[in-house]
Design a protein around this ligand. Structure first.
Ligand SMILES: Nc1ncnc2c1ncn2[C@@H]1O[C@H](COP(=O)(O)OP(=O)(O)OP(=O)(O)O)[C@@H](O)[C@H]1O
Ligand SMILES: CC(=O)N[C@H]1[C@@H]2OC[C@@H](O2)[C@@H](O)[C@@H]1O[C@H](C)C(=O)O
Length: 371
């Protein structure tokens, strides 16, 4: 019998909502349908505007954005269900990541803030909604991120092959799957700075297949300057975000390189993401035999080529092991919601550094009760 959940995700690229309908019947994980709903350009700008460090944010703006994103998430779930013709009553629960607006988990009063009011999602869809997955892990002493490694472990572990899964979103993170407890952490920028620089010089949102970067030359001095950041030497558990590796961070790094062409900067940013991912794998996954890529970065052919060159082990998309790279995160949040409703932990202490496994998220009942 089907056991259906919906996963809703919007990541640090702030491009739109990924919605996945997932069937967990017989403890298998099958994606039934997927729907992508892009954000309107003004919404993207509003999210960016409240997501910056040292930014005064009006509570009125913050509250309205939380409600609006909740409504859009609920509507994305409804659109997904219309696509397959399955009624809301057939869905056990929604797992909603929400939209990260700030991630600062360090210290006694550390926090990570995802918005997109789950009350609205539950009301609009009628489906029990699990949300706010990160803060319980932080309360238990963890980073609250990355969370997806627990799911990567459940789905992608192969007892016959040591693997590393790399998610290249705005920020990149890895999951090391070998015979030891899984390691996972954010390696630093993925597509975030690459997208930002592209958008400064073109009308599109991203550099298709990395073509523009591929036509430029990496500048070694700038590359060294970019890598000169204490984050890369921190021992995991560690996580980061766009509020740290921000446009301001990049501007500070490039201000003394005034004579570079924009295309050479793009080439260097691509090399920077590839090198920092590859260094993280070399240091923390020495026995890995194959690397699998998911997230939108899986479509950046140039970035993958640079990664394969510096890793010197096979690099493939997660499509090669049965999951479209664009679907992994949405499926992960459906899986995390299921963990919560079954009373099972969603975090891996070896990844986030939490002092204990904890059940993640808050539960917002749907029309059928608790799901
Ligand atoms: N055809 C393509 N060529 C090059 N890059 C692409 C292509 N398609 C998607 N991308 C990149 O992938 C990004 C979107 O990736 P994704 O949806 O995984 O990010 P996200 O979920 O927001 O991030 P995160 O994992 O950090 O939360 C785009 O902004 C772009 O940089
Ligand atoms: C705070 C936050 O939203 N972090 C994201 C971000 O995007 C990639 C990386 O940084 C990862 O740590 C995380 O997302 C995925 C879904 C995770 O928690 O595994």
């Amino acid at each position: 019998m089907a056991e259906l959940y919906i996963g809703l995700m919007s990541g640090t690229s702030i491009d739109g909502i990924d919605a996945g309908l997932v069937d967990f019947a017989d403890n298998k994980i099958t994606l039934v349908e997927f729907h992508y709903q892009p954000f309107p350009a003004e919404l993207r700008q509003s999210i960016q505007a409240i997501s910056q460090a040292n930014q005064a944010v009006l509570l009125l703006d913050y509250g309205a954005l939380d409600s609006l994103i909740g409504r859009l998430f609920g509507e994305a779930a409804n659109a997904l269900l219309r696509k397959v013709g399955i009624p809301a009553s057939a869905i056990k629960a929604i797992g909603s990541h929400g939209q990260t607006v700030y991630h600062a988990p360090e210290g006694r009063d550390g926090f990570s803030l995802q918005i997109g009011d789950p009350n609205r999602i539950a009301e609009i869809t009628g489906i029990t909604t699990v949300a706010d997955f990160r803060r319980r892990d932080i309360a238990a002493g963890g980073q609250g991120a990355p969370l997806v490694p627990a799911f990567h472990q459940a789905l992608f572990t192969d007892p016959n092959q040591a693997r590393t899964v790399v998610n290249i979103g705005g920020i990149a993170n890895i999951t090391v799957l070998d015979d030891k407890p899984a390691i996972g952490f954010d390696t630093g920028p993925g597509n975030g700075l690459i997208d930002y620089w592209y958008q400064q010089h073109h009308s599109g949102m991203f550099d298709p297949s990395g073509e523009w970067a591929a036509g430029g030359q990496t500048n070694q001095e700038l590359l060294a300057a970019l890598k000169d950041d204490p984050y890369f030497d921190l021992t995991p558990p560690k996580s980061t975000g766009k509020e740290y590796f921000s446009a301001t961070w990049l501007k500070r790094k490039i201000e003394s390189f005034g004579n570079l062409t924009a295309q050479d900067v793009q080439a260097t940013l691509c090399q920077f993401s590839a090198d920092t991912i590859s260094d993280a794998i070399s240091r923390h996954a020495p026995v890995t035999k194959q690397v699998f890529i998911c997230g939108g970065g899986a479509h950046n052919r140039h970035l993958l080529q640079l990664l394969a060159e510096s890793l010197r082990i096979p690099v493939a998309s997660t499509a090669a092991i049965g999951v479209d790279p664009d679907h992994v995160e949405a499926i992960a949040f459906a899986w995390l919601a299921r963990q919560t409703l079954r009373g099972l932990p969603g975090n891996l202490c070896s990844v986030t550094g939490a002092k204990a496994p904890v059940i993640l998220g808050g539960i917002y009942p749907g029309r059928n009760g608790l799901g």
